[in-house]
Design a protein around this ligand. Structure first.
Ligand code: SF4
Length: 70
């Protein structure tokens, strides 16, 4: 398991069922890159005027918005 990947929690990957990180995992991102991408997506949804709707419709996304801040 890659220690640098945002998806690693303990000895598990929270977004795949992989027991070990495959070489060149397509989901690999550093925590910093994940945060940057998340905030960019959130800003884009806000720009489109649908951030509030997305937060109502997707509870987990709303939770992430509360935790991941600039
Ligand atoms: S997303 Fe890929 S690289 Fe990251 S922890 Fe999961 S399996 Fe490993």
């Amino acid at each position: 398991m890659s220690d640098e990947c945002f998806a690693k929690q303990g000895s598990k990957c929270i977004i795949t069922s992989n027991k070990h990180c495959p070489k060149n995992c397509r989901f690999y991102k550093t925590p910093e890159k994940f945060k940057e991408d998340f905030l960019n997506t959130k800003a884009k949804l806000k720009e489109l005027g649908i951030l509030g709707d997305c937060q109502i419709r997707y509870a987990f996304f709303a939770k992430m918005c509360g935790k991941i801040k600039a």
